[in-house]
Design a protein around this ligand. Structure first.
Ligand SMILES: Nc1ncnc2c1ncn2[C@@H]1O[C@H](COP(=O)(O)OP(=O)(O)O)[C@@H](O)[C@H]1O
Ligand SMILES: [Mg+2]
Length: 354
């Protein structure tokens, strides 16, 4: 039973990745990490400049699960959409995301208007442009997987009903005026921060243009359903209960996480001002389990941890700013931050493997 479920994670996972590639060229790691996060029951933050297919990637994945804006399913009598997109702007209020009580003059009573958060897939575009109060409202709903409106609490997720809730937020790393960067404590609510960079090569760049040549519609509109939405819930279950983490891998993660902390491992201070928390370690293990299942293994290995290391930890450590400034002069401003974090994590990893 469990074996069959794990086999389906690998098979459907591979089919999803293959189909995603019909709409989005390249970004193999980002695609894999998006699936890892979904199957680990986490949410993701996609960071990248405009026009690098962040929205397309999320929309395509939702579509492959049959979840479009037109889809609707009822959970305890409350309608949930397949896919909602919310553009975060400075004037967006918490009630615009969650919902509110509205007065109906016909019945002379209040009724609930359910917000876009009542969905399977929520795309929170440019999350750093909303005011902190609205950001917090969404982050709280993500954490608690439920929303309270007018004194009543509504679930956003139900395993028995095959209903999941997945948030993909996007943000532009180039800090502009009028943005409200998410505080570190809130970034922690995202299982992974996936960095979407420019296409890797001339070939990739050309393939993107070719994909769009000779058509008016977006290629993702050609994608057809690969699995049912309820597949996600059973795959999450299979990952959580059916993938084993051997003692030596657990020890490796513990060593690795500890090696990111200057107080434990002083040489890391060159790269990190603040290292990863135990919560980051838990996230690392959860993500590594989903990665193991996607490559068809019921046992986590070090390679799984290594694959998820950067996306799971990059927003949970604070790089040493002096080092960032030093790298910046050579590499440009926002590449520097990621580079210092990468180098620091690879040092921590070397220490943990010894
Ligand atoms: N790697 C890629 N593969 C396929 N299409 C791409 C790629 N990068 C950009 N595009 C196309 O460029 C446009 C912008 O993509 P979009 O998803 O809106 O970007 P973002 O959300 O990052 O601003 C879309 O038409 C998308 O299909
Ligand atoms: Mg977009």
């Amino acid at each position: 039973m469990r074996k069959a479920e794990l086999d389906s994670v690998r098979e459907v996972g591979a089919a999803l990745e293959k189909e995603l590639s019909r709409a989005v060229v390249g970004y193999a790691e980002a695609k894999r990490m998006l699936l890892v996060s979904l199957l680990a029951g986490g949410h993701v933050l996609l960071e990248g400049v405009p026009g690098v297919a962040k929205t397309t990637l999320v929309k395509a994945l939702a579509r492959l699960l049959g979840l479009t804006e037109g889809f609707s399913a009822s959970l305890d009598g409350v309608p949930h959409r397949g896919f909602s997109r919310v553009q975060f702007t400075p004037d967006l209020m918490p009630s615009d995301v969650l919902g509110s009580l509205v007065f109906n003059p016909a019945t002379r009573d209040f009724e609930v208007r359910f917000g876009p958060v009542f969905t399977y897939f929520l795309l929170a575009d440019e999350i750093n442009r909303a005011v902190p109060r609205t950001q917090s409202a969404l982050l709280e709903a993500m954490q608690e997987r439920q929303v309270t409106i007018g004194g009543r609490t509504y679930p956003l997720e139900s395993r028995s009903a095959g209903k999941f809730f997945f948030v993909a937020a996007t943000q532009n790393p180039v800090e502009q005026e009028g943005t409200y960067p998410l505080p570190e404590a809130q970034l922690d609510r995202f299982l992974a921060r996936i960095i979407v960079e420019y296409p890797a090569s001339i070939e990739e760049e050309k393939s993107i243009y070719e994909l769009h040549m000779g058509r008016l519609s977006e290629p993702l509109e050609d994608l057809e359903k690969v699995a049912e939405p309820s597949w996600v819930v059973s795959a999450q279950e299979a990952v959580a209960t059916g993938v084993e983490v051997p003692d030596e891998v657990l020890a490796y993660v513990a060593k690795l996480v500890r090696a990111t902390r200057p107080s434990v491992f002083p040489p890391i201070a060159e790269y990190f001002e603040l290292g990863a928390s135990p919560r980051a370690g838990i996230a690392l293990i959860r993500a590594a389990k989903a990665h193991a299942a996607l490559r068809g293994s019921a046992v986590v290995e070090e390679i799984d941890v290594r694959f998820v290391l950067f996306p799971v930890l990059n927003h949970r450590v604070i790089p040493n700013l002096e080092k960032v400034v030093e790298v910046e002069s050579a590499q440009g401003r926002f590449a520097a931050r990621y580079k210092v974090i990468r180098e620091g994590l690879s040092l921590a990893e070397r220490v943990a493997s010894q």
